[in-house]
Design a protein around this ligand. Structure first.
Ligand code: MTE
Length: 393
């Protein structure tokens, strides 16, 4: 791996913001506090959640770094960072969300395995880089191709980090070729985040960003791209990040029966309130985020102050201060919306948020219906308790 090295231990980790809530130290997994998460439409890099499976790689010589593109293609080629930067540059505002977002709440129903995440394992960034479709064209794979002449149907991204799940080997994952070659899916090889050079935690020098898809497919510290016939055989595509029904447990699980999860479903959460709140008066501002996968934007967000019996509609804004325009053209189709509602609470209340996407998909009411042993994709209605007065809850 020229120019890019994977440390074998955690002695050379980058500096991190002290306010992050650390869910695991080694590997480093952390999320911002919920109230900070929604203070900006574009999440500042140092407050963006960090999800790692091993020590953070180091670039020791950027001049020697190159990305190799190999596999079932007619032209095998290596790209330097200069080659990638010479390609047309695109900026895409996209929300990256870990499939494990809100896992801790799922464990309250029945224990699940995995890093315990609160409600902030996601962030919205402006990613800058080359389109994967342009890179693939340079190795002889035409735009919109769903198979190559040599039988390639999937695109595998391979990193350099050492993950215990891969027995010390690198993190890898794949997406379908048809998604990689379609410029409308905006799959990027990103070297910038929010207008700055990507930092080490988020994949310097080059990472994949697959908008609208669970974060696991957006491979960081990219070393090679392989065009292959089947999905990646790596752990994170075959034995993780799959959605199982509530009946499946660790005794009867058969990983090969399920597809690797790609798009994430419609999601929302209230960030201006904690799980339990004691407030001085009954006027409550409810603010949060809503996002859907697959480029399906958010149609509306409903708020209830009686546990879901009656609802009011929240106002949404793409960017704080800029009202949502219902013109059918959503220029930020990969990005979250922030919502806000003013509500009145008498004594105590369960405040609930549920989002609806443009395909009219709605979040499920209860976590029990979507419980799965790995605790992924907890998109159940988000509920918080509020009590007015000084008594403790
Ligand atoms: N890429 C590598 N090389 N190693 C990793 O551990 N984690 C994945 C993905 N890409 C991971 C990776 C997961 S599960 C998620 S959710 C996102 O990166 C998190 O990206 P972030 O840390 O930039 O927020």
């Amino acid at each position: 791996m020229p120019g890019l090295q994977a440390p074998s231990d955690y002695s050379n980790e980058p500096p991190r913001h002290p306010s992050l809530k650390i869910n695991s130290k080694e590997p480093f997994n952390a999320e911002p506090h919920r109230s900070g998460l929604i203070s900006a439409y574009v999440t500042p890099v140092d407050l963006f959640y960090k999800r790692n499976h091993g020590p953070i790689p180091v670039v020791y010589d950027i001049e020697r770094y190159h990305l190799s593109v190999t596999g079932l293609i007619n032209i095998q080629r290596e790209f330097s960072m200069r080659d990638i930067r010479d390609l047309p540059k695109y900026t895409v505002t996209a929300t990256l969300q870990c499939a494990g977002n809100r896992r801790t709440a799922m464990s309250k129903t029945r224990k699940v395995r995995g890093v315990g995440w609160g409600i902030a394992a996601l962030g919205n960034a402006v990613w800058g880089g080359a389109k994967l479709a342009d890179v693939l064209e340079l190795v002889g794979v035409s735009k919109l191709a769903s198979t190559t002449s040599r039988g390639g149907k999937h695109v595998e991204f391979v990193s350099v980090d050492r993950c215990k799940e891969e027995n010390g080997g690198p993190y890898k994952a794949s997406i379908p070729l048809s998604q990689a070659t379609n410029p409308e899916f905006d799959v990027l090889l990103a070297y910038e985040m929010n207008g700055e050079t990507l930092n080490r935690d988020h994949g310097y020098p080059l990472r994949v960003v697959v908008p609208g898809v669970i974060g696991a497919r957006s491979v960081k510290w990219l070393d090679s791209i392989n065009v292959i016939a089947e999905e990646s055989q790596g752990f994170f595509t075959q034995k993780d990040y799959k959605m199982f029904p509530p009946t499946v447990n660790w005794e009867n699980i058969n990983w090969s029966t399920r597809r690797p999860q790609m798009d994430f479903p419609v999601q929302s959460a209230i960030c201006s309130l904690e799980d339990s709140n004691v407030l001085k008066d009954g006027k409550v501002t409810v603010k949060g985020y809503a996002v859907s996968g697959g480029g399906r934007g958010i149609e509306r967000v409903d708020i209830s102050v009686d546990g879901g019996k009656t609802w009011i509609e929240a106002s949404r804004y793409q960017k704080p201060g800029v009202p949502y325009v219902a013109d059918g053209i959503n220029s930020d189709k990969w990005a979250w919306v922030l919502f806000e509602a003013q509500v009145e609470v008498q004594h105590s209340a369960e405040i609930v948020a549920k989002a609806v996407d443009i395909a009219a998909n709605v979040q499920p009411e209860n976590v029990e219906t979507i419980w799965n042993l790995r605790g992924i994709l907890n998109t159940s209605w988000h509920r918080v308790d509020v009590r007015v007065g000084h008594s403790s809850m």
